[in-house]
Design a binder for this molecule. Structure first.
Ligand SMILES: [Zn+2]
Ligand SMILES: [Zn+2]
Length: 155
């Protein structure tokens, strides 16, 4: 069984400047820096498609043959715990992952399955803040047919 402890610090340093931003993120949150966590963060940052854990795994597997699904799941878990990424339950069948943690809503196209970021303010947030509760997450899920699918459908 391979695990992240098999990687030497040297390997991480060799990953170089490309990962500097993500190393910083992990360190700021006192999370141990491992090549897998860096790869997953980078993947999510570069693929703002709200991928599933499977998509992330498949996307990284080729370059990282030793990567296991368990590692992907565990890394995602840790990153979520520290609010570096967020998980969306917009699809009832599977969790989707999002690099961007700042509050925003999501639109799911029922036809092509694409999830788009919707940057609108939640009108209820002000009221919730007045209530004195400490709000850490706000999720708004919109579902329907995206404009691309609408165009295809009518053509
Ligand atoms: Zn669509
Ligand atoms: Zn998003």
């Amino acid at each position: 069984m391979l695990n992240c402890n098999n990687y030497k610090l040297e390997t991480i340093i060799k990953m170089g400047k490309m990962f500097e931003k993500y190393v910083k993120l992990l360190k700021e949150n006192s999370i141990k820096v491992t090549p897998q966590r860096l790869e997953i963060l980078k993947y999510l940052d570069e693929h703002r498609i709200h991928p599933t854990a499977d998509q992330i795994y498949t996307g990284l597997k080729e370059k990282n043959p030793s990567l296991s699904k368990t590692t992907v799941y565990n890394s995602l878990e840790i990153l979520i715990e520290h609010s570096i990424i967020q998980s969306l339950t917009i699809c009832s069948s599977e969790l989707r992952y999002d690099f961007k943690h700042a509050m925003h809503h999501h639109f799911l196209c029922r036809k092509c399955g694409k999830i788009t970021d919707i940057d609108i303010e939640c009108p209820n947030l002000g009221k919730m803040l007045e209530s004195g509760h400490n709000i850490e997450e706000v999720h708004g899920y919109f579902k329907g047919i995206c404009k691309e699918c609408m165009k295809k459908g009518s053509g």
